[in-house]
Ligand binder design. Sequence first.
Ligand SMILES: *[C@@H]1O[C@H](CO)[C@@H](O)[C@H](O)[C@H]1NC(C)=O
Ligand SMILES: *[C@@H]1O[C@H](CO)[C@@H](O)[C@H](O)[C@H]1NC(C)=O
Ligand SMILES: *[C@@H]1O[C@H](CO)[C@@H](O)[C@H](O)[C@H]1NC(C)=O
Ligand SMILES: *[C@@H]1O[C@H](CO)[C@@H](O)[C@H](O)[C@H]1NC(C)=O
Ligand SMILES: *[C@@H]1O[C@H](CO)[C@@H](O)[C@H](O)[C@H]1NC(C)=O
Ligand SMILES: *[C@@H]1O[C@H](CO)[C@@H](O)[C@H](O)[C@H]1NC(C)=O
Ligand SMILES: *[C@@H]1O[C@H](CO)[C@@H](O)[C@H](O)[C@H]1NC(C)=O
Ligand SMILES: *[C@@H]1O[C@H](CO)[C@@H](O)[C@H](O)[C@H]1NC(C)=O
Length: 770
Amino acid sequence: MWNFLARNKQVGAMLGLLSVAAVLAIILTTKGGSHAEENNGVEEPEDISPATHVFSTYSLPSNDKFMPSIGNGHIATNIFSDTVYMNGLYNGRAGYSHRARIPAWANIRLNSTLTHHPYSPVYSLDTKEGVFKVRVDRERSVVTQRIYAHRFYTRAIVNQISVDSKTHYDPNFLYQELWIAIKLMPGEESKDIAFEDPIPEIIDGRTVWSSCGQTMESEDLTYQPLPVDVCAFWTSVPDHLVVPQRGSRVFTFAMTADKNKTIARQELIKVLQEDGEELFQKHVEHWQQLYQQGGVDIEGNLELGKIVNGIWYYFLSSLPSESSFQPLDKYYGLSPTGLARGGTFEDYEGHNFWDTETWMYPSILLLYPQYANKLLQYRLDMAYVAAELAKLTGHKGYRFPWESAYTGVEVTQPCCPDVAIYEQHISGCISFAVRQYLAMTRDEEWLKHGGCDIVTNIADFWASRAVINYNTGLYDISNVMGPDEDHRNVTNSVFTNVVAGYSLYLAQYVSCLCKSYYMAKDPDHWADIAWSLALPYDEEHNYHPQFSGYHRGDKIKQADAILLGFPLQYAMNTSTRTNDLNYYESVTRENGPAMTWSMHTIGHLKLDDHRKANAIFNKSYEGFVREPFKVWTELRRPDVGAANFFTGMGGFLQALIFGYAGISIHMDRLEIDKPRLPPDATKFIIRGIKYLGANLTLELQANSTKLSVTSLDDNWRLLLNDGKYNITLAPGVTVILPGTGPFTIRSEQWKDCKLPSDIIGQNYLRPIGT
Ligand SMILES: *[C@@H]1O[C@H](CO)[C@@H](O)[C@H](O)[C@H]1NC(C)=O
Ligand SMILES: *[C@@H]1O[C@H](CO)[C@@H](O)[C@H](O)[C@H]1NC(C)=O
Ligand SMILES: *[C@@H]1O[C@H](CO)[C@@H](O)[C@H](O)[C@H]1NC(C)=O
Ligand SMILES: *[C@@H]1O[C@H](CO)[C@@H](O)[C@H](O)[C@H]1NC(C)=O
Ligand SMILES: *[C@@H]1O[C@H](CO)[C@@H](O)[C@H](O)[C@H]1NC(C)=O
Ligand SMILES: *[C@@H]1O[C@H](CO)[C@@H](O)[C@H](O)[C@H]1NC(C)=O
Ligand SMILES: *[C@@H]1O[C@H](CO)[C@@H](O)[C@H](O)[C@H]1NC(C)=O
Ligand SMILES: *[C@@H]1O[C@H](CO)[C@@H](O)[C@H](O)[C@H]1NC(C)=O
């Protein structure tokens, strides 16, 4: 027993920089060997860490797609892959545009991890420090490798290898050196970037290589006449590291990449000048500064706690840094598999889809509104191209492409033109994201700098798409496809028409908000169209057919009409909502993506049926989250599809935040209704909700719900209604919320502007849809 403890202390001391939890994770687990969890015949290595923020394993997943990524919004890679990707770096014309591969001059392997025997390495992803670690316990030393995308030196991926010798190993052993074999494995040449031959130079006594090149093919000749330059710098990597037998040492290797050579070079020099430990500490400080601003903590259910920490880790790794050594480039958006994936015809190629605004964005908006702003900025930057697309297809305003990358032109793959032609709801989804942003922030500056313009132009697009139908007296929108991609070229997709209607109403509202500095012509005509826009409804079955002429019983790919209830929060009778949920559950394909079930979960929670909600919630992640690093796949085990599937993660996060915690965003209030613990959890915290500049935390336990206020914005006084009383919120205050709500938090009205009425499909002469 004594020996055991002493050894553990020593291991702890040697690990030094590993977090306490990571050390515990290593100590608490037994010797090693092969641990695996068997699922449908697919073996995945087990996560052996008892901490919610650390994922550790003795062996790497067999499928590379399940390897974790590191990234900082500028540069990203999957651990041990041969590829590095950079924000805004694409190659290929139009539908062939994809992230351009930079060889992984940051992929350094310890020889002992390449050959496994006789050592048993432990691999850990630490989400609280934003670092991947490899620890190899050898006869005479402990070798720890840290790999991270630096959060302050944002052009850099850093590899640090520390060697701590076990001086106690053999006191009679004379001074000798330890040799640690390592290997740089950048992979083959890039097919996307014509890199020149690497050039060596000596910087501060170290050999540094650099190579510059240009992407092979521009995305669009009009909007991108020239290819893009890119330069990489990296430290030379020897075959082996030599360390004295006693003591310890840290070796730092780095790779930097940027479109600007000077910036890439300066950054590498700066990284190499820093002391190794300080360099790492600086990264951790910047990461934590970000990570602690918000989060979802789950106690009592380790699996859920880990999944949710993994999600924030992966999301934040693909979002830009808040402070950096050198100014950041423009941000090119959050794509369905993040910054670390998206090569040719793979993993959605780094494009932006509706996934960004509809699936990832809502939770980001609630806790990190500054990033919601960045995501919207990408759309503002591309708006002038959206104007061209509208014109090209004979419409007005802005029509955003289904897939968008470097220039903002349509970049959907040539395989699948239907989605590009018909899935026009993307423009409505962007407008809905704006609406939620305004509800949470009332950001006047944003309205002034493009906000008013994008909202009114999206409305103009819908106004030009809606055509009066003299038989019904209603406006139709035809030749579209809803989120259910199994049905193309339909008329009056119920989801499309509701986001279109909301877009039109929002333009009327925003015209009022913006009236002192932005001229909109005839704002009321938008609302008139929205009011009379067809809304398929079947009276007999009291449910929403997915589109006019939908044949009851037809299978669908994924959540579509049920999105009316959430996220759109379209007002409808409870009986209709119940019917929509039950009916569409019965016709959704088994092999669809996870998000469908997240939205059904939210629906049943709102209807207060937590048993049903819990059963369906399981379907929203079970089989999609891959051990040991909580990477998500698009398809359920044993299938894979795209990875690391941020879209599925986004749905799951929404089920927790807007489902279990019961939060909803409205133009005039933030609401908390029927908050409830997720299955088997004992404590559930939504930390750092940013509402009108205030910072709030919601904490749920079995018998109590508490709201605490960290800070408030002086411009917006907040009043909490706990169902009975109005309580003025003040910094430092914690309010107990009795019962199940709804509880509301509101401020005074924003300007003298009437809120959107959001009633769609009035004036109808007879039921349509059947
Ligand atoms: C790597 O390890 C293998 C097996 O232990 C050994 O054969 C090989 O020589 C090592 N490579 C280097 C560069 O030391
Ligand atoms: C590259 O960055 C340097 C340093 O920030 C700057 O002076 C220079 O103008 C940039 N070059 C280009 C082509 O943008
Ligand atoms: C907001 O509150 C959370 C929880 O108290 C805290 O961790 C965070 O630092 C606060 N501030 C910001 C800017 O997020
Ligand atoms: C789409 O539907 C319209 C009817 O609304 C029809 O005229 C047109 O041919 C269809 N297009 C295709 C490509 O099927
Ligand atoms: C909703 O319920 C109200 C009151 O019961 C009823 O008048 C109305 O027709 C219902 N609406 C729908 C769309 O079923
Ligand atoms: C989720 O469902 C799967 C398959 O039906 C089952 O094996 C698993 O135990 C369930 N998980 C939870 C946490 O209920
Ligand atoms: C919650 O309340 C119930 C009923 O009042 C009680 O039985 C239970 O012990 C309480 N649970 C906790 C964790 O306080
Ligand atoms: C709470 O405030 C709202 C809005 O200011 C007001 O309409 C309502 O009457 C107040 N309720 C109570 C109980 O004071």
